[in-house]
Design a protein around this ligand. Structure first.
Ligand code: MCN
Ligand code: MOS
Length: 772
């Protein structure tokens, strides 16, 4: 929907025609430096099918692995028959737990590692979820492996399973680290003149990137190479080395392009361990790609959540107290936290606050990161509760939010580094026409359709972990920027070229960027929307050092036309160093200096960081650093139309405004926001993993039945930037962009549906059965 983002401006016809010759002639191509909206560097490759994704590499002599999954939610495997499969044409091996092939457990994020879970397949006869990997069939072709996988016969001794987190046997466990409280919230709630209380729930949701999770593993000469779509090759390498007891330098993970991940490619999953195990045993490269149904059980999506929120306020609409209790489901043996109270303490000023978040263990694959884990459900509940409070107070929902402005992060007691949320409210409300809203539910209609207007706001924190970068300038004047950091469709390639362009005075289209390979400089995860800030900072610093070297050479090389010139008068432009009307091309400078290349390596670690610190940042999520008081902010305004007879909901338009600090590339940032909003509309109206209450099977484990928003579901979306550079939040002034777009969208849609219908739906997705 990128063409629909801006409403066509109402202009006189004469104004709209700008003849091409009106474009000013420039002597040099535009730099397209940071802040400019250049197109994606690798976009053309992708649409032409030239970008090679992990599973598209073709090492010689490759075998194909197909994973076999458990069909019970809990129990033991009492017999597993592989003879028939082994005799099937083309089959090279069938691996089960009976083969005694050891894989070490992973150290999960929560314990300072880089694994999504401790769980690894084939280590015992125990089954803990329906869909768990229990065998790998390896054959000469994919078809042969697929056929043979159907011939593996399994018998189980089933045991009672906890499927539903609301089962009386399932006990919520406290997570003390997530407790947030100040004041005396329960007492203040009891005394509050106006109170609202609601219970809000979200279903199982799945990341479902278009590129399936699939890898190729190749064990050769004591080196394990894994082509794996990854948001974090450094973490993946560490995780794989840990599984097989290898040194870090024995593993290389390659991931130049990623067809979406949305959190699910933050770590390698069980099938990667199986591919590595098979290549080690067989000495040939092995490719394992999960089928689409297997992506619903081969790793986890967003867990089910349930939240009870009470808001207490004065009759004038000043919050007095917030009480928030929540839980998320997780697996029996592993832990995924979806902290539903991550946003509740941040948005509004209140003297009293109390929240607890708990975990409920059920027989499921361990849930995982999915765009704004925590912030997403947290905002969903809080922002509907605020709408309910506005209703109780007979106050405009936007006005209620304005009245509860807070100048600081109350839990941390630090002021915001920047918070242009009021500007976001105003800009989006004006563009939407919010002032025309009739507050009465069911008061607006268009034919048979009830029209509703709703709004919500949200936030996402700024993480700024340190990183490294390398820049190489060669004798041809070619400039290459290197980092192992990922571009998962976000724009990393492009913004790093723009960063180097700015400092080196070379058009960004002339700069090569290499990413997504552990052979390149270390970088943390493309998660928590942190990569743009941290890698632009690292590349900026590296390019600055390269610039100094070029200037130095230009004024000190005896044969340079700039010899003896003052460094301060020299500039870089057009691939040259220039001073006093003289110039020398970078390439010529290297020739004069008799250098094949200039290699510059810099990082943004604290000066006293040692190699271990650098490795840690590359390999563990625990290094994620956040800047206190630094957050992105957003406000969404949504119009829905609800068919009164059928209860079908259509989102008619969305206007959202964002404060994400400085935008490195407004075109790509806008695209990120749009993607988040689209995903939020799917979450509001469509997405729901259906779980069979009897056996924990995912009933809609495919893209025909697990509904996500498609083009026809998406209306006109207008996004407005109200951010300004925030140099306290990050080195180059940017804040987080990748996830904030989805935050609050489902609440805004829910509030609009209430306004249209007078029905308060506190459970996602908002399907027609809930409305009629
Ligand atoms: N950007 C910008 N100005 C800023 C910050 C970012 O212009 N101040 C733009 C840049 O184009 C940058 C992009 O926004 O490449 C995202 O930057 P950032 O917010 O730092 O996010 P990451 O690079 O760390 O990407 C990860 C983030 C996460 S955590 C999820 S989940 C998510 C998301 O990005 N998954 C995505 N967006 C996604 N987009 C696509 N296409 N596919 C996914 O899987
Ligand atoms: Mo994003 S869910 O932090 O990878």
């Amino acid at each position: 929907p990128t063409d629909q983002t801006q409403r066509p401006p109402q202009r006189a016809a004469s104004e709209t025609l700008t003849p091409p010759f009106a474009t000013p002639l420039t002597t040099e191509p535009p730099l397209q430096a940071l802040g400019e909206g250049r197109e994606r560097l690798e976009g053309r490759l992708k649409v032409q099918g030239q970008a090679r994704y992990a599973a598209e590499f073709k090492p010689d002599d490759m075998l194909f692995g197909v994973v076999v999954n458990a069909t019970v939610p809990h129990g033991r495997i009492t017999a597993i028959q592989t003879d028939e499969a082994k005799q099937s044409p083309g089959v090279v091996a069938v691996y089960t737990h009976l083969d005694g092939l050891k894989i070490n457990p992973g150290t999960p994020f929560s314990s300072g590692g880089s694994a999504a879970a401790t769980y690894v397949p084939l280590q015992s006869d125990v089954v803990r979820w329906n869909g768990q990997h229990i065998a790998l069939v390896v054959a000469e072709t994919l078809e042969q492996a697929t056929e043979a996988a159907t011939q593996v016969k399994v018998e189980y001794a089933p045991e009672p399973a906890l499927i539903n987190p609301q089962d009386p046997q399932a006990r919520p466990e406290p997570v003390e680290a997530l407790d947030v409280e100040w004041g005396d919230a329960h007492r203040a709630m009891a005394d509050a003149p106006v109170r609202v209380h609601g219970v809000y729930s979200t279903p199982r949701e799945y990341n479902s990137p278009i590129e399936l999770h699939g890898c190729i593993a190749q064990w050769q000469d004591d080196l394990l190479t894994v082509w794996e779509p990854s948001q974090w090759v450094g973490g993946a390498r560490h995780n794989i080395a840990e599984w097989f007891g290898l040194g870090i330098d024995q593993v290389r993970v390659i991931s130049p392009y990623v067809g979406g991940g949305f959190g699910s490619k933050g770590a390698p999953h069980g099938h990667v361990a199986l591919a590595c195990l098979a290549t080690r045993a067989l000495g040939r490269p092995v490719k394992v790609v999960l089928t689409r149904p297997q992506t619903f059980t081969g790793y986890g999506g967003r867990p089910r959540t349930r939240q009870a929120i009470s808001l207490g306020a004065t009759p004038e609409g000043r919050l007095l107290s917030i009480v928030h209790d929540s839980w998320n489901e997780t697996s029996i043996e592993d832990t995924h936290q979806e902290p539903c109270n991550s946003v509740t303490p941040l948005m509004y000023g209140t003297e009293h606050f109390f929240s607890r978040h708990r975990l409920v263990r059920v027989h499921t694959v361990n849930p995982g990161w999915m765009r704004a884990p925590g912030e997403n459900p947290s905002t969903y509940a809080l922002e509907i509760a605020m709408d309910e409070l506005a209703e109780a107070l007979e106050l405009d929902p936007l006005e209620l939010r304005r009245r509860n402005w807070t100048e600081q992060d109350q839990a941390e007691k630090v002021p915001w580094t920047s918070r242009r949320l009021r500007e976001a409210y105003t800009a989006a409300a004006e563009a939407f026409g919010w002032a025309q809203r009739n507050p009465e539910p069911r008061s607006m209609r268009h034919g048979r359709e009830l029209i509703g207007w709703g709004m919500a706001s949200g936030t996402y924190p700024v993480h700024t972990t340190p990183g490294e970068a390398r820049i190489i300038i060669d004798r041809q004047g070619q400039i290459e920027v290197q980092s192992s950091g990922a571009d998962i469709g976000t724009g990393t390639y492009t913004i790093l070229a723009q960063t180097a362009a700015e400092v080196l005075g070379v058009p960004s289209s002339d700069i090569r960027v290499s990413l997504g390979d552990t052979a390149l400089p270390r970088a943390p995860v493309a998660g928590g929307s942190q990569l743009a800030n941290l890698l632009t900072a690292a590349v900026h610093k590296t390019a600055g050092a390269a610039r100094e070297m070029l200037l130095g050479l230009a004024v000190t090389e005896p044969d340079s036309p700039l010899f003896g010139a003052s460094r301060d008068t020299a500039i870089l432009a057009g691939g040259e160093v220039r001073a006093n009307g003289q110039s020398i091309a970078f390439a010529d400078l290297l020739k004069l200096a008799d250098r094949d290349q200039l290699v510059v390596h810099q990082d943004t670690f604290k000066p006293d960081a040692n190699e271990k610190d650098r490795d840690t940042a590359d390999q563990t999520a625990s290094m994620m650093e956040s800047t206190k008081g630094a957050h992105s902010w957003c406000a969404h305004f949504v119009e829905v139309a609800v068919d009164e007879d059928f209860g079908t909901v259509r989102v008619k338009r969305v206007v959202s405004a964002f404060d994400c600090g400085r935008l490195y590339n407004p075109t790509l940032a806008k695209s990120q926001w749009l993607g988040g909003i689209v995903m939020g509309i799917g979450q509001a109206l469509l997405e729901e993993g259906m779980i069979d209450a009897r056996d924990g099977r995912i009933l809609n484990a495919n893209l025909a039945d697990y509904l996500m928003a498609v083009n026809a579901d998406i209306p006109e979306i207008q996004v407005i930037n109200v951010g300004e550079p925030d140099y306290q939040a990050s080195t180059l002034g940017g804040k987080t962009v990748g996830e904030v777009g989805i935050v609050g969208v489902a609440a805004a849609v829910s509030n609009a549906v209430y306004h249209a219908t007078g029905k308060r739906i506190r459970e996602l997705p908002i399907t027609l059965d809930k409305l009629i």
